[in-house]
Design a protein around this ligand. Structure first.
Ligand SMILES: [Zn+2]
Length: 437
């Protein structure tokens, strides 16, 4: 099978090209030219292939398939919230071809059996590629380290206790030392329990207005500072998940200037919202870390522009309606994000001139690939055809009943957004097209 995509605006992982033709044969890209002569292709193809699919993509944008290093697929254990299958479908619809799933499942991904279970369930039918992330501590209890070697051999891409912070500094130091010896990156959910204790929203004006207990920025930034120091002493790679606070970004800028191996991510929700945007006491606004002040939001945008923040990840965290529909205090933390990520970023950051299209695309493709050693994220002759075609002019209202995800807990419901994926391809095979996975 061959696919010829004509007249498309191309982002190849580094830069934008105005108009290109791209030929894909089987799994790979075999030609990228200003113009590919269709008759030559047809002649060459006739001997070897049954069919050629031609796509006139004038006015659309082709990019490497998006990579999301922070997804909660909820399986095993919480299949009522999401399964590996429904989460993968949501990813395909959002233009993601590679995702990494967090270990706070039941049981926790703290043994090779669970890693193997995820691999068995995922990656079927040439769908979205799923990489498990292993837990740092057994049961994510913060008391005893998992067997990093066993997890690495089973195929984890990184270690994390996401969902909670590892409170014990000595244990975290040991984790960094072990991770360094095996060259595994550690993804930090930076949260000090004693400071965050039972808060629900950013400790600011909105929390006061709603009379809800706040979560101070220091609960995050103190752990960012601590883990920079611990990673530095172990010479390990530390990656900070979902940054929310200006002070955290300041510490990371200093650490990078010192040459410490630090990388980090930010979510679309923290980039496009601040606590003033919380319009009602609804669980869909509740996320950990919380949506912070306008000053924090601006600092995150600035840091992404400067490269202090490396990548964008969704922290897609589906929950059931019951878990989200009883007000902020009683609801669980988490927002879904796979299906809306690009349109949110494009509409609220690119079209408003806050961040360039290239920077957003790079943060979703080549940068995560380079940081986590994933052999994707670029489009070139010879590369595997993991790609997404986006209609930048397509304008749609986010409708909750159209989500592929089981989780309907999105803060973006009813938002009017531009720039929707129309076709997602993994290894040359179309896995999403025209609103159908
Ligand atoms: Zn987290």
């Amino acid at each position: 099978m061959a696919v010829l995509i004509k007249n498309v605006q191309l982002f190849d992982g580094r830069q934008l090209h105005k108009s290109k033709d791209i030929l894909i044969e089987n799994e790979k890209i075999v030609a990228i030219e200003d113009k590919i002569d269709e008759r030559l292709v047809e002649n060459a193809i006739e001997d070897n292939y049954q069919d050629i699919v031609k796509i006139n993509a004038a006015g659309k944008l082709l990019t490497p398939g998006f990579i999301d290093m922070h997804v909660h697929l909820r399986e095993p254990g919480f299949e009522y919230k999401e399964t590996i299958e429904t989460g993968s479908k949501a990813a395909a619809k959002g233009g993601f071809t590679t995702i990494a799933c967090m270990p706070n499942t039941k049981p926790v991904t703290d043994s090779k059996e669970i890693v193997e279970y995820i691999y068995e369930k995922a990656n079927v039918n040439n769908g979205v590629k799923v990489y498990p992330i292993g837990a740092i501590t057994i049961g994510e209890k913060g008391q005893e380290l998992t067997n990093f070697q066993e997890l690495k051999d089973a195929g984890i891409i990184a270690l994390s206790d996401d969902g909670r912070g590892v409170q014990n500094a000595k244990l975290m130091q040991e984790a960094f030392n072990n991770a360094k010896s095996l060259e595994i990156p550690i993804i930090i959910h930076a949260e000090d329990d004693s400071l965050a204790a039972s808060g629900h929203l950013h400790d600011g004006q909105k929390a006061k207005e709603l009379n809800i207990k706040g979560i101070p920025s220091t609960s995050e930034s103190i752990m960012v500072a601590r883990d920079i120091l611990l990673a530095e002493s172990a010479k390990a790679h530390v990656h900070f998940a979902h940054l929310s606070a200006k002070e955290s970004v300041d510490w990371i800028e200093v650490a990078k200037a010192k040459g410490i191996h630090v990388t980090c991510e930010v979510t679309p929700q923290h980039l496009v919202m601040c606590d003033e945007d919380i319009l009602e006491d609804h669980g869909n606004y509740k996320v950990n870390p919380p949506i912070r002040s306008n000053e924090d939001q601006n600092a995150l945008i600035d840091a992404l522009n400067k490269g202090v923040i490396d990548i964008i990840a969704t922290d897609h965290a589906p929950h059931s309606d019951d878990e989200k529909n009883s007000g902020i205090e009683k609801s669980y933390f988490g927002m879904t994000g796979l299906e809306t990520a690009f349109a949110v970023l494009y509409t609220k950051l690119v079209l408003t001139g806050k961040i360039s299209l290239e920077r957003v695309l790079e943060s979703l493709t080549s940068k995560p690939a380079e940081i986590f050693n994933i052999n994707r994220g670029h489009i070139f002759v010879g590369s595997v055809a993991d790609m997404v075609l986006i209609d930048l002019n397509d304008k749609k209202v986010v409708e909750v009943d159209k989500f592929e995800s089981k989780g309907k807990n999105s803060p973006f419901i009813n938002w009017d957004l531009h720039g929707w994926p129309v076709l997602t391809m993994v290894a040359g095979k179309v896995i999403y097209k025209d609103e159908r996975v």
